[in-house]
Design a protein around this ligand. Structure first.
Ligand code: ADP
Ligand code: MG
Length: 683
């Protein structure tokens, strides 16, 4: 028997393996099985080139638990190893800077092992002792047994082993006994080995015979050696893709469609990606892509490898060209990863474009499920935007779909404003904005639906990219002003009337929100009052709610609205006459009080204007100050009077409540009062 020290750079490679790589212990099984698979594949290759002339015979890799001996054994019938090979590949693991490397990447345990050649040693994460019994395929080779108990010491001895291949036995640690449980091993095999290219057997195949399950004596094969993505696309039927999806995600909805990726130059990439139905809550949809390296499962977190919006896709990607031994942030700058990532983006865009060109109907049918995904892509990837701009579909309130170009053509005549902008009107809630949508449609305008999770961002993003296009929500203004024209609609009230009426209405409007009162001479049969929120204001609010603070305002923005008063409406004029008859005298009194004060103030101000600041006497300054105060006091009193009037006036309250109601702004107690008042009014 030969003894020796494993050629690590220092004694502490095992503690490092145990300690730093601890968090992902389970990957030892993947490493040992993929070594067995590699050895088997090598033998097949040798055989196909005629360099191995013997019989291949049974090539299944077997995994077995012995719960009495507390061992886990992985055996293959691959190339095996000679004593020299053991020495070279197992003993001398001191590759340049192994330790340094481990130290650097100790937090990326999972990724580094397989790609660094420490794969085999990961066995020591769960085993206190490991034995290798192996017989090389080479003629005249002698079988050897290598044993190591976790210290850098090992022993090698010749043994009697008849069958070609390697058998690795792990004496499982006390703390790792979970790996002696059949269920746990099954779970791991299913996770990492499902699609390995060589059959993996675990346990025995059972069959139903004479009313009970009996063993068939054959190993139970846990993997599919020929998964769909490795097959030629032209041989695959639609149903096969669907079935594969169900295998991967048994609980998932049916996917919308798939993309089969098959590249071997300048990088190697295969895989099948599926578009899932994505409506809301994109977070739960993420991280469904499984990443494989030559059919060995690596991870299901593909961030950094594919662009973020593509993490919404499902399916598998398989590439030996993705470096896994580097940090995620470094990945993005890797040139292969960059190429792979942009290849996938292009493939996805092309697939959608094909659908658009060849089967517009199908695209429209699936659009609502796809839109979120496409918007996400357009928002985050410029390359994708450029392609998607051509097939992106706008949907109107009638459920019809248009490309940007088609839509501009549709609305060009009716909806071009005085600045030559094509105003795209949109609604975000069909029910809440019903009145506004209806009015716009009656006027011959078209209204788009933008009710998705990203729509607000999306509008902000595309508006500057489309030339001479603006977006405006239907309730951003009264219908007459949604599309700005040369001719303005003028109020029919005098300035004095407007000033008085403003306060009559202001007293009745909800205090928590900012309201501006605007008078417009609309048609007699238009509504008496309408509440609008300017497109600018609303977008600011939306953005600040979404967390962005576009204008750098600190804190919460106040909500501001406009109350538009139709000065041609009979009811509004009724209120005006009512104010006249009830308050006319009082207003006159106020005016006769305030007017002389104003005149005096103006006179003083004019005199002072001619003088220099220091020439104005203190007396004059005081006088002016006093006048201002007196005027304010009277004006305040007048305002108060008008507000009181408004508050007591049922008609004013009723009209304002109606305007609030059609804007979904009347709630709770106010709504209850409105209902009661309405009942009283019709009694
Ligand atoms: P890697 O697989 O990255 O080369 P490992 O530490 O997993 O690194 O394995 C080291 C080497 O040991 C392999 O390259 C191979 O030469 C040899 N080896 C490991 N397991 C087997 C096996 N089951 N059969 C034959 N050779 C093996
Ligand atoms: Mg390996």
């Amino acid at each position: 028997m030969q003894k020796g020290n494993i050629g690590v750079t220092s004694d502490n490679i095992f503690p490092i393996i145990k300690k730093f790589l601890y968090s992902d212990q389970e990957i030892f099984l993947r490493e040992l099985i993929s070594n067995a698979v590699d050895a088997t594949q090598k033998l097949k290759t040798l055989s196909s080139f005629g360099d191995f002339k013997g019989e291949l015979e049974e090539l299944t890799v077997n995994v077995a638990i012995d719960s009495d001996k507390k061992t886990l054994t992985i055996s293959d019938h691959g190339v095996g190893m000679t004593a020299e090979e053991i020495d070279k590949y197992i003993n001398q693991i001191a590759f340049s800077g192994a330790e340094e490397f481990l130290e650097k990447y100790k937090n990326q345990d999972n990724a580094i092992i397989g790609h660094f050649g420490l794969g085999f040693y990961s066995a020591f994460m769960v085993a206190k002792k490991v034995e290798i019994k192996t017989l090389s395929y080479q003629e005249g080779a002698k079988a050897v047994k290598w044993t190591c108990d976790g210290s850098p010491e090992y022993t090698v001895e010749e043994i009697d082993k008849k069958d070609r291949g390697t058998e690795i036995t792990l004496h499982i640690d006390k703390e790792s006994e979970e790996f002696l449980q059949e269920a746990r091993i099954s779970e791991l095999l299913n996770k990492y080995c499902r699609f390995l290219p060589v059959e993996i057997g675990f346990g025995e195949e059972k069959e139903y015979k004479d009313d009970k399950m009996v063993s068939t004596g054959k190993p139970k094969i846990i993997n599919n050696t020929n998964p769909l993505w490795t097959q030629a696309p032209q041989d695959i039927k639609e149903e096969d893709y669907k079935k594969f999806y169900r295998d991967l995600y048994p609980m998932g909805d049916e996917p919308l469609f798939n993309i089969h990726i098959n590249v071997d130059y300048p990088f190697n990439l295969t895989g099948i990606l599926y578009f899932p139905k994505i409506r809301n809550n994109i977070e739960v949809q993420k991280n469904k892509i499984q990443l494989y390296c030559n059919q060995v499962y690596v991870t299901d977190s593909v961030e950094g490898i594919v662009p973020e919006f593509l993490t919404l896709l499902h399916g598998v990607l398989d590439s030996p060209d993705i470096p896994l031994n580097v940090s995620r942030s470094y990945l993005q700058s890797d040139s292969n990863v960059k190429k792979i990532s942009s290849h996938i983006t292009k493939k996805v865009a092309d697939r959608l474009n094909d659908l658009f060109k060849n089967d517009r109907k199908e695209l429209e049918e699936k659009w609502d499920d796809l839109k979120l995904f496409i918007e996400y892509g357009m928002l985050t990837e410029d390359k994708f935007y450029e392609k998607a701009e051509k097939f992106f579909l706008l949907k109107n309130t009638e459920g019809k779909y248009f490309t940007f170009k088609e839509y501009e053509k549709l609305i060009k005549d009716a909806q071009t404003d005085k600045h030559k902008n094509k105003v795209h009107l949109y609604a975000t809630d069909k029910d809440a904005q019903y009145t506004y949508i209806n009015e716009a449609r009656d006027k011959g305008y078209d209204v788009l639906m933008f009710d998705g999770q990203f729509d607000i961002h999306f509008i902000n993003h595309i508006e500057p990219k489309l030339s001479n296009v603006t977006f405006k929500r239907v309730d951003a203004d009264i219908v007459e002003k949604l599309i700005e024209r040369e001719d303005e609609i003028k109020s029919t009230f005098t300035e004095e009337q407007e000033n008085n009426m403003r306060h009559v209405f202001l007293g009745t409007l909800p205090k928590e929100k900012n309201f501006g009162v605007i008078f417009e001479g609309l048609k007699e049969d238009d509504l008496p009052m309408i509440i609008t929120q300017s497109e600018f204001m609303r977008r600011m609010l939306d953005m600040s709610k979404l967390g962005g603070n576009p204008m750098g305002f600190g804190g919460d923005l106040p909500e501001s609205y406009n109350l538009i008063i139709n000065t041609n409406h009979k009811l509004v004029n009724d209120v005006l006459s009512n104010v006249d008859s009830k308050l006319g005298e009082k207003i006159n009194e106020f005016n006769s009080k305030v007017n002389p004060l104003k005149e005096e103030k103006e006179k003083l101000e004019k005199e002072n204007e001619k003088k220099k600041e220091e020439e104005v006497s203190q007396e004059s300054k005081d006088k002016l100050e006093q006048l201002r105060k007196d005027i304010d006091a009277v004006v305040e009193e007048k305002k108060k009077e008008l507000k009181e009037f408004g508050k007591k006036n049922k008609l004013v309250k009723q009209m304002i409540d109606l305007a609030l109601l059609s804007n979904n702004m009347l709630r709770g107690e106010d709504l209850a009062r409105f209902v009661k008042r309405s009942v009283d009014l019709i009694k």
